[in-house]
Design a binder for this molecule. Structure first.
Ligand SMILES: *[C@@H]1O[C@H](CO)[C@@H](O)[C@H](O)[C@H]1NC(C)=O
Ligand SMILES: *[C@@H]1O[C@H](CO)[C@@H](O)[C@H](O)[C@H]1NC(C)=O
Ligand SMILES: *[C@@H]1O[C@H](CO)[C@@H](O)[C@H](O)[C@H]1NC(C)=O
Ligand SMILES: *[C@@H]1O[C@H](CO)[C@@H](O)[C@H](O)[C@H]1NC(C)=O
Ligand SMILES: *[C@@H]1O[C@H](CO)[C@@H](O)[C@H](O)[C@H]1NC(C)=O
Ligand SMILES: *[C@@H]1O[C@H](CO)[C@@H](O)[C@H](O)[C@H]1NC(C)=O
Length: 424
């Protein structure tokens, strides 16, 4: 979960656009409860999956060594969960163990729909087998990321309806196929595979919508056979790895992948992408991110992925966008090209991208608004500040591109649009 500044920062650095996030928005101040927490009612955004109003017990960043005693008699009056979703937030403390019945009677209070347990960023190395007693039949969101667990705790066997399990940034070294089967299907799952240098086949029992693998130490995904839930296929987010060859995923016609984000892996071999671009996996991809590979240009296969709606090539070494780089991507809505070395964009580069609404070009080396964007119907557009002398703004004269408002002049005192209005 990610209300921590530091984690937001890390993620901003890594630029994975779909990061694990549980953000909260305060709706009402809350009473002190359970001695050191605050009981509030907030709108909460779990991992881009649920946005819901919850009764929230906030115990984060309280220097806690132990989980507080969640005795029901200490619950403030008026905070009876009655049918609301409920969450206990204990992130960024120093908790080492999760004892029996750690959440007291809270789970039993009433017919809670969805129960969230946020233990992100503690020092947990043991979880009692009965820790989650009372939550057997409740839908559960569990964030155990950034702890000291070496396996998925047996305690999860009690939970029949776990929907989200975040367990990234733990030194996981043992995976049990029957546990993976038990927690499936999941809407979200995150895991560090740093201690694995070949694909752990136990994970092939996983059924999941979105999965994030961090820090895998192998160089291929040989034997990968994870399946998605629903007809769209898996959303696969892979970061900080040593993978050289991703062909076992992208060329494997037995699986379905709807979204693929792949970032911070300087060693990836792009040839399988070219070779398998006409295969069913590649042809069904809607979202594609390939970041931080030092690519010098947009690879050829990209324009053949005609279903693409969302595309990101950031932190590359791209210097020029050619006429055909995105030709034929008629469904493309969002394009990220920031943090490159782009000096030139072909005037017809976006001619066929008629659905493009968001284009991110900042942190490049463009000196004027590219002609290629002028006729796009953009809602969001970013680029670096430009020289606003009238001669440099000539190409803006004939168009009504409201998005140009967002471009600053080099002296940072006005927008390019205002500068243009002042030109003769
Ligand atoms: C609890 O959250 C779920 C998932 O977002 C939602 O469908 C449900 O309506 C919520 N329940 C209440 C009582 O707010
Ligand atoms: C983890 O928690 C500690 C203690 O509250 C805090 O200092 C640190 O910044 C947190 N780290 C992350 C990554 O959230
Ligand atoms: C993690 O666990 C190991 C051994 O179980 C221990 O030596 C280490 O100090 C723990 N690390 C943290 C950050 O708690
Ligand atoms: C998780 O993976 C990241 C990225 O490779 C790595 O930096 C981190 O040390 C890993 N954490 C653990 C606990 O293995
Ligand atoms: C990519 O660009 C960076 C910064 O301009 C440069 O230092 C690096 O050598 C380039 N890498 C490759 C592989 O071209
Ligand atoms: C410019 O475009 C905006 C939004 O597309 C529209 O509301 C406005 O009327 C247009 N202005 C002119 C002068 O055409």
């Amino acid at each position: 979960m990610m209300s921590d500044q530091s984690r937001v920062f890390v993620w901003t650095m890594l630029l994975s656009s779909l990061c694990p996030t549980i953000q909260t928005f305060l709706l009402s101040g809350g009473d002190v409860c359970f001695g050191i927490c605050n009981c509030v009612q907030e709108k909460m955004w779990f991992d881009y999956i649920y946005e819901t109003e919850v009764k929230l017990v906030r115990c984060e960043e309280r220097d806690l060594r132990f989980i507080p005693n969640f005795a029901i008699q200490n619950l403030p009056s008026g905070f009876y969960p009655g049918g609301k979703n409920f969450t206990v937030d204990l992130h960024s403390n120093y908790i080492q163990t999760v004892p029996d019945k750690a959440f007291g009677d809270l789970p039993r209070l009433s017919n809670v729909d969805l129960f969230g347990i946020i233990l992100y960023n503690n020092s947990i190395s043991s979880v009692s087998d009965s820790a989650f007693l009372g939550l057997e039949n409740t839908r559960v969101v569990l964030d155990l990321g950034h702890n000291n667990l070496t396996t998925i705790p047996q305690a999860l066997r009690i939970l029949r309806q776990i929907e989200v399990l975040e367990i990234e940034e733990n030194p996981i070294m043992t995976l049990d196929a029957s546990m993976i089967q038990h927690i499936s299907p999941l809407l979200r799952f995150s895991l560090n595979l740093t201690l694995y240098n070949s694909w752990p086949v136990e994970l092939n029992n996983l059924r999941v919508k979105y999965v994030w693998f961090n820090g895998y130490s192998g160089n291929s995904f040989q034997n990968f056979d994870v399946h998605g839930i629903g007809q769209h296929g898996i959303e696969l987010d892979i970061g900080g790895t040593d993978i050289v060859d991703l062909s076992d995923v992208i060329c494997n016609n037995q699986i379905k992948v709807s979204k693929l984000w792949f970032w911070l892996n300087y060693k990836l071999d792009m040839r399988p992408f070219e070779r398998c671009s006409q295969g069913t996996v590649m042809q069904n991809i809607l979202d594609l991110e390939l970041s931080s590979f030092y690519l010098a240009r947009i690879p050829n296969f990209v324009h053949t992925l005609t279903k693409l709606e969302w595309l990101s090539f950031v932190f590359e070494n791209i210097t020029e966008i050619y006429a055909n780089d995105f030709r034929g991507l008629t469904e493309l809505k969002v394009l990220y090209l920031y943090n490159n070395l782009i000096t030139t964009i072909h005037p017809h580069a976006f001619d066929t991208n008629t659905k493009l609404r968001e284009l991110y070009l900042h942190n490049n080396m463009l000196t004027h608004v590219p002609d290629s964007v002028l006729n796009l119907n953009l809602e969001k557009f970013t680029m670096d500040a430009i020289d606003c002398t009238c001669s440099n703004l000539q190409n803006l004269k004939q168009v009504n591109a409201t998005f140009v408002d967002s471009i600053q002049c080099l002296d940072m005192t006005q927008s390019a649009k205002n500068a243009l209005d002042a030109c003769p």
